[in-house]
Design a protein around this ligand. Sequence first.
Ligand code: GLA
Length: 593
Amino acid sequence: MRRPRSLISALISVALAVAGAVVLTFAAAPPATALDNGLAQTPPMGFNDWNSFGCNVDEQLIKQTADFFVSSGLKDAGYEYVNIDDCWLEKTRSADGHLVPDPVKFPDGIKGTADYVHARGLKLGIYEDAGTMTCARYPGSYGHETTDAQDFADWGVDYLKYDNCNLVPGTGDNQQEYIDRYKRMRDALAATGRPIVFSLCEWGNFQPWTWGADVGNLWRTTGDISDRWSSLKSIINQNLNLYPYAKPGAWNDPDMLEVGNGGMTDTEYRTHFGMWAMLSAPLLIGTDLRKATPATMNILENKEVIAIDQDTLGKQAKPIKNADGLVVMSKPLANGDTAVALYNSTDSAATISTSAKDLGLAGGSAYTLRDVWKHSTTETAGAVSATVPAHGTTLYRVSSEPGWAQYPPAGELSLQTQSGQGAPLVNPGQDTPVTGTFTNHGKMPATNVSVSPSAPDGWSVSAVSPPTKNEVGSEGSYTSKWTVRPPDDATPGSYQLPATATLWWDENTQKSTVDGTVTVVVPPAAPTGTHDLSDLPWMSATNGFGPVEKDTSVGGSGAGDGKTITINGATYTKGLGTNAPSEIVYYAGSARS
Ligand code: GLA
């Protein structure tokens, strides 16, 4: 019979130390009443295969990922757990009731795989389910908690993700039943004596943040993430106000990372990673690291962002402003600094601002602002502000330590063209005015400020206002004007118009620059005559579920997966397939009827 060996030896040594004699007590260990495993004092960091491999997990992938953690520097950056998700096991238990690792996928078993991972100074995680079957219909742990926990411990497992599929009727209908099911595995793990991080995965069904700290080290707050912006935005939104519940050893878990999987832009992936750090979320990489691009590695290995996630104070960021999709988050850090996220969930660039005072930092004459994505530091008289691209997040570490005067004044460059719906239009062959406003948020003056605009090849750019301003004082600004003209044959689409402000500081001895950008759209030729919309090019299209389809219904996943359009039994050969909320923008020029 398998027994908690380490527990018994602990009892022996305690008895010796206290009484000088061996007193053996064979009563079963009392059931734990709260999770007291001392683990996950900062949010767990590592890898999980599910987001990029689904059921295709095997020993080779886990071993290669462990090797890559070491060779790439991810291990040095703090990534530790290499976690196996669903589908690692055989479809039936052994005759004596044990889970059996799939011998084709895991020829060395979980034990052999764990040994390999441990030999590299890393830890191994595994997946099971609190119901009769896992979500992919492999045997679940319901009624087998003690056996399974002991097998995990014997194999050398360090982390268990415990899912919520295929519940036995009457054991999962209300919060108390959820708690009881998860506690059974908590106690079974505790009884093994092996330190095993316990990750609850009940998708936020019964407010696990209100009871999870007693039961597990982390708890999923939401349904499964997917690799698209709408999913990320919704999950962030659902986690914003859960800050009171996180603390060392007990974390909200908004799900594993999608960074690198290709369904989002790098700006969106930086928002994903940066907001996870602000939310004190586990950082479990969910991409095929063997194919990760330098851009992906840059995000995953950003030590300054990781330091915000792993801060030992263990406080989750609080939203201190949240209006119209523009969010300011504030997270106090152990050394007295404050991490601030300026998160733009809207579809166009926006200025997001707060102040040292609103962040609860007071008294300093100026502060340093460390931009942890750009790895640059500036000084501010108090404003904490940035022009943030659509779906982007500016992440600062704000400090009131002295020494700010050695850094350049914080500048902001905000660009605008003629206003309009969505991104402003610039017509081929026509001049469009652009303004660039430089604001000095620093305590020190900025001198010889100039703004130099640029545009894509073949476009012309002409200055309208004088190119420099002698001095811009604290919270002063300078607006520069120019025009841009796309060539007659410019390809329709959206373009970035960047500009750079150059300023001098420290009595005109040091130079610094600030970048800004604005998105503009070159419209397609305006249609003439009468057309079906599905025969015209749109300027932009967003859809609630999958892409908008032309002349078919919307399928919901990839392009071209729709069917013939039918409404109330009538079929249509022409039309657009959409799913609310959806917005499709066409350019009609001056011809509107
Ligand atoms: C659930 C979980 C996912 C993943 C799958 C595996 O959906 O929420 O994270 O573990 O099961 O089947």
